[in-house]
Design a protein around this ligand. Structure first.
Ligand code: PMT
Length: 423
């Protein structure tokens, strides 16, 4: 069935000069079948990998590549093109292109369009794994994420150069689905509803390693009441936990998501339970943890609650006031100490000494695995579309560099599947 969730959207696709450029032809098709209008700009080097004629035929529009082409400028000038877009997708975003975007260069049409547009820009990195891991590329990605660029991918796997690692461009279908999710999330009403338009990526081809597995995930912040109108909370948006729920469902799991107050749609096929406080989250987790195979505690649970919340609004009667706080129960540690516990994965949000604190939580809370994020890095972690993880478990550790949260969720779940099989 054809999805029309990108109807009336204008997508400007920028194609960089890498071997993954051949996939961009399919991307145009995947986007267009979702109802949007697609225009293509190509870097000069992209034309060494794929011809403008192919992309013109698929998009139905002339392909722009030069800033200095009077005919193209007369048809739709570069500023007009930048204004026309509701979303810019750069796929593949090569290491060279990322460096030029970071430097703010306007040396050809593709980089100029990125500078001139007010539309959000999603980057789909694609390059050799060592080039991706290089400190310069990582710094460029972190800088671009901090400036508001969205990162989609890259994926891990075998590369055109014969190496294996992170740096593969996401599959065109996955990118098209992320575009759908992007618009459905920006248009999300405060009350979350199931989102039937988002299909599982690679439904037609991918393996489902979590088939038959029941997964329980916590997400978002908790709110601890001070009085009927005020509360203590934190900056968690729920995006990381919802990405895990989305990815787990796409990989075949039966997913239950216990969420604090967030403004996100319920991922397709996921059972969602909304809670407010840490105590409510614990109650919901204990009610649903039975027969679960995997538990992932991604919520930012308030460590303390107000000892005696006021039953009516507190009035400003004094210059100073003191709130007595008491410790909240530890949901993750409670699950990890159950007699028939699931494979239990925690998160650690740290601002310094990340490894030491994460390893301490792994041991102290009796976990099978912990995913640590450095929440002091701008553009990553709390309330961002992008994150990076350092994962520790008793027998090993693995780093996942900065990328969008859905890609990261898939990477973490693959690792969980692999390590759980050994237990
Ligand atoms: O929601 P986003 O905006 O996408 O941001 C994602 C995130 C930064 C919130 C997420 O990646 C993350 O790090 N979640 C854990 C945040 C946290 O509370 O970390 P912590 O180090 O304080 O807690 C360690 C672990 O114990 C966590 O798994 C937490 O869920 C759990 N915990 C903590 C306290 C408590 N009372 N009960 C718990 O279960």
């Amino acid at each position: 069935m054809m999805s029309v969730s990108l109807t009336n959207k204008n997508i400007l696709l920028g194609i960089g000069g890498g071997i993954a450029a051949y996939k961009s032809a399919d991307l145009v098709r995947r986007l267009k079948e979702r109802g949007c209008d697609v225009r293509v700009v190509m870097s000069q080097s992209a034309m060494e990998f794929i011809t403008p004629l192919t992309l013109q035929a698929l998009s139905g529009h002339p392909v722009a590549s030069s800033l200095l082409d009077p005919a193209a400028e007369a048809a739709m000038g570069h500023i007009e093109l930048a204004r026309w877009a509701d979303l810019v997708i750069i796929a593949p975003a090569t290491a060279n292109l990322l460096a030029r975007l970071t430097a703010g260069m306007a040396d050809e049409l593709i980089t100029t369009a990125c500078l001139a547009t007010e539309a959000p820009i999603a980057l789909c990195p694609a390059m050799n794994q060592q080039m991706y891991r290089n400190a310069a590329t990582q710094a460029n990605l972190a800088c671009l994420a901090e400036r508001g660029y969205t990162l989609w991918g890259p994926a891990n796997g075998s590369q055109a150069c014969g190496e294996i690692g992170p740096g593969r461009m996401l599959e065109p279908l996955d990118i098209a689905i992320m575009a759908e999710q992007f618009f459905s999330q920006s248009a999300t009403p405060a009350v979350a509803a199931p989102n039937p338009t988002v299909a599982a990526p690679n439904d037609d081809t991918s393996a489902k390693p979590l088939l038959g597995q029941a997964v329980l995930i916590t997400a978002g912040p908790t709110r601890e009441a001070i009085d009927p109108v005020r509360y203590i909370s934190n900056h968690s948006s729920g995006k990381m936990g919802f990405a895990l729920a989305t990815a787990a469902a796409q990989l075949g799991a039966a997913v239950t998501l216990v969420s604090g107050p967030v403004n996100l749609p319920t991922p397709e096929g996921v059972t969602r339970i909304d809670v407010e406080s840490a105590q409510e989250m614990l109650d919901a987790v204990l009610e649903h943890v039975d027969k679960k195979h995997i538990f992932i505690g991604c919520a930012a649970v308030a460590d303390y609650r107000v000892q005696a919340p006021a039953s009516s609004k507190i009035k400003k009667a004094t210059e100073e006031m003191q709130l007595a706080l008491v410790r909240n129960p530890d949901i993750l540690a409670t699950v990890a100490h159950l007699p028939h516990r699931p494979f239990t994965v925690g998160f650690a949000a740290e601002t310094h000494d990340v490894e030491a604190y994460a390893r301490d939580k792994l041991k102290r809370k009796n976990l099978d695995m912990i995913a640590a994020n450095d929440v002091s890095v701008a553009g990553l972690g709390f309330n961002a579309d992008t994150n990076a993880l350092r994962v520790f478990w008793p027998q090993g550790n693995q780093e996942f560099p900065a990328t969008d949260k859905l890609t990261l969720a898939r990477q973490l779940l693959s690792l969980i599947v692999k390590e759980k099989q050994k237990t």
